[in-house]
Design a protein around this ligand. Structure first.
Ligand code: SAM
Length: 280
């Protein structure tokens, strides 16, 4: 399988949402000096060239990060994320887009650690190359779901676990819930952030029902839709499901999402949502 390449989609509206949430969680973890682990189960290539054939073919970033990265008045909640994008593009031209591992690398401190896993034979060496000189990082080629058993709990007992599969195989909708349950059994105080696409709403409803059945509490759902739900092919929305979110995250996302929606979807269609799936 493994036909999915994130280089076609880097910097699109779904990445903007995902990486905003990721950077806010990391910023919250940094409020304490104690180190933490950043575990990325589906890490991708790390860096994406936006004028590459892949990115230019879909042009998705044009309606995503390109709309906001250079605006002078952006909400404070976007500062850590946009700084990571700007630091990768010091010339002022949007040439590269940082994937989740590079955003984490930008935001993590000396005492923190990264554990990154990627399965694709072309993306793994690119990711490994990015982190060759970074002593905080371990980059592995393998199945990301296995890491939820093998690497948790971290010695520091603090961490963010990002789970971001391509959902190119339908079993991913069940595998993510199973993986979270495995991880949570070992490390119930970790912050888990699961990305999901809305292609068929029914798949997401089922995934959320399965997640509720695990008995896990404190589950927050954050969603940005750029179109109404549809039975046709294609992603209409994406979301992040966050278990044990930092206490400020709900308010931060309620404050920033309407602005993001306005910028990314000037036609005003779609919706935003910040809601507890399971509260305390
Ligand atoms: N997290 C990245 C980011 O935000 O920049 C993007 C990741 S992309 C959506 C999903 C990645 O998962 C792809 O690069 C794909 O090759 C990889 N992948 C697919 N199945 C995997 C598995 N079982 N374990 C680890 N990686 C996998």
């Amino acid at each position: 399988m493994l036909s999915y390449r994130h280089s076609f989609h880097a910097g699109n509206h779904a990445d903007v949402l995902k990486h905003t949430v990721q950077s806010l969680i990391i910023s919250a973890l940094k409020e304490k000096d104690k180190p933490f682990l950043y575990l990325d189960t589906h890490a991708g290539a790390g860096r994406y060239l936006l004028n590459s054939e892949h990115a230019e073919r879909t042009g998705e970033y044009v309606e995503g990060i390109a709309r906001i990265w250079q605006q002078s008045h952006t909400p404070a909640e976007l500062a850590p994320y946009l700084q990571a994008v700007r630091d990768l593009n010091p010339s002022g031209q949007l040439k590269y887009y940082p994937g989740s591992p590079l955003i984490a690398r930008h935001l993590l401190r000396e005492q923190d650690q990264l554990q990154l896993t990627e399965l694709h034979p072309s993306d793994y060496p690119l990711l490994r190359g990015e982190f060759q000189k970074d002593l905080r990082a371990i980059v592995a080629r393998g199945d990301g779901y296995q890491q939820l058993k093998a690497k948790l709990p971290p010695p520091s007992r603090r961490g963010l676990i990002l789970i971001d599969p391509p959902y190119e195989i339908k079993t991913d909708y069940q595998a993510v819930v199973q993986g979270i349950a495995e991880g949570y059994k070992r490390f119930s105080t970790g912050v888990y952030a699961l990305w999901y696409p809305v292609v068929l709403r029914q798949q997401i409803k089922r995934m959320i029902a399965d997640l509720k059945d695990t008995g896990i509490r404190r589950i927050l759902q954050i969603e940005l839709a750029v179109k109404p739900d549809s039975d046709q092919r294609g992603m209409t929305a994406s979301g992040m499901i966050v278990i044990n979110p930092p206490w400020k995250l709900e308010q931060q996302m309620k404050s920033v999402l309407p602005w993001l929606h306005e910028q990314l979807v000037p036609q005003g269609i779609g919706h935003t949502l910040v809601e507890w799936i399971v509260p305390e």
